[in-house]
Design a protein around this ligand. Sequence first.
Ligand code: NAP
Length: 248
Amino acid sequence: MGLLDGKTALITGASKGIGKAIAITYAKEGANVAFTYLSSVEKGQALEGELAAFGVQAKGYRSDASDFEAAGELVNNVIADFGGLHILINNAGITKDNLLMRMTEEMWDQVVNVNLKSCFNTVKASTRNFMKQRGGSIINITSVVGLRGNAGQANYSASKAGIVGFTKSVALELGSRGIRSNAVAPGFIETEMTEVLDEKTVQGWRDAIPLKRGGTPEDVAQACVFLGSDHSTYITGQVLQVDGGMLT
Ligand code: NAP
């Protein structure tokens, strides 16, 4: 028996990193998994097979999270292919870091569109289905940087802070329909991306975290299992930090 048996989840940006870990953990817990990717086509296609090996229905869709119309099409296709949708996880995200003085309009727009507008796109497209079902769990991946700001990441932290406001507003608007909306705020998560960083710098970050280690993608995935499952049916409008106590 898995915690997510019989549920269908849509996870954006699952070709690698945290999204991939969420997809695998969800499949292990019995969820049918629809997921998206954009540029990592081969990785996305390979994940389909990996997930199906857990005996669940799995399908990847190439879809740009920042594109409003594409999100509408995506959600319709998922509902047609899977026969329903119960959990929506907005994970797709990018960074385009620079100090404000050197940040271009394009860097701002791209990050805000992929990270924040994407949440509006998929939530808007899924709401009718969730209302008809009288239930659903929306999980938006924000960041501790969205809660405290970060030098060199004005665009990213603004997009992630925007996700918090959006998540809480959706919780207030849709709570009466049994629809829950929560955010997960990872701290420093060690992925392929951080492997290339200078080990001394990374160790310094680890030492500053109360739990004395970076998080794993699986740490974030387990929080998403909880928020997607029936173990959290009275929890909405919250931001769950998965940061080893970094921001306390
Ligand atoms: P990652 O390894 O770079 O993965 C990002 C994923 O998003 C990829 O699957 C990528 O797919 C997808 N993606 C990017 N742009 C997209 C678009 N326009 N449409 C659809 N998919 C798109 O990043 P990660 O570290 O796993 O981060 C995942 C989420 O956690 C992000 O929202 C990030 O902000 C958040 N987060 C991460 C950390 C951390 O320490 N890693 C900390 C806090 C929050 P393609 O490669 O196929 O384009």
